[in-house]
Design a protein around this ligand. Structure first.
Ligand SMILES: [Zn+2]
Length: 191
């Protein structure tokens, strides 16, 4: 039964969707890829389908994830990039042999070197992270305004003023918290 696992929060940016598989890092962290199977599920929905995943590959994936998180956070606050995180991202990027392919419909898909090559999938994610952190893409790295989250996300809104990593979770919770605080400050007058 896979449905007892926490849902994925899928964004439109591969690298930060991946870092979002661990959420609430500053609160009670929610691990959304707790098992190798769950990483397989995530890769499938992210266009990087693999058949199998070992525990060691899951560990490698989590190491890459936390390295992307660390480097993206540093980039968002214009801090120096942590050398160890950069090393992990570069190693993962170099290790994979994924090829971009054009479909007859004109879309890009990834072809991995084998159906069990999680490393190929991780290289695609690492390269995606590099393009964002290097500032190659149109958007801005920012940190989620939720104090228990502070996830790095890629803001592609026109005004570049997005505040939350995810509108449906962090954004909603913050709105509710503010609403409740206002209710306490301005209780309704007795009628
Ligand atoms: Zn958030």
């Amino acid at each position: 039964m896979r449905d007892r696992f926490p849902d994925f929060r899928l964004g439109t940016v591969l690298a930060t969707s991946f870092t979002g598989t661990l959420s609430e890092r500053r609160g009670n962290p929610v691990e959304r890829i707790p098992t190798p199977h769950r990483l397989v599920d995530w890769l499938v929905v992210s266009g990087l389908a693999v058949d199998t995943c070992t525990t060691a590959q899951l560990e490698l994936a989590r190491e890459l994830r936390e390295s992307i998180h660390a480097a993206a956070t540093a980039a968002a606050i214009e801090d120096a990039l942590p050398a160890s995180a950069v090393q992990v991202i570069n190693d993962c990027s170099a290790r994979g042999r994924a090829a971009a392919e054009l479909t007859p419909e004109g879309e890009r898909r990834w072809r991995l070197s084998s159906a069990s090559c999680v490393e190929d999938a991780l290289s695609v994610i690492a390269a995606d992270a590099i393009s964002i952190i290097a500032g190659e893409r149109d958007g801005r790295l920012a940190l989620c305004a939720s104090p228990t989250c502070q996830a790095a996300f890629f803001d592609t809104s026109q005004s570049r003023t997005r505040r939350w990593c995810d509108m449906n979770t962090c954004g909603n919770r913050q709105k509710k918290a503010r609403f409740n605080a206002n209710q306490r400050k301005n209780p309704r007058p007795a009628e």
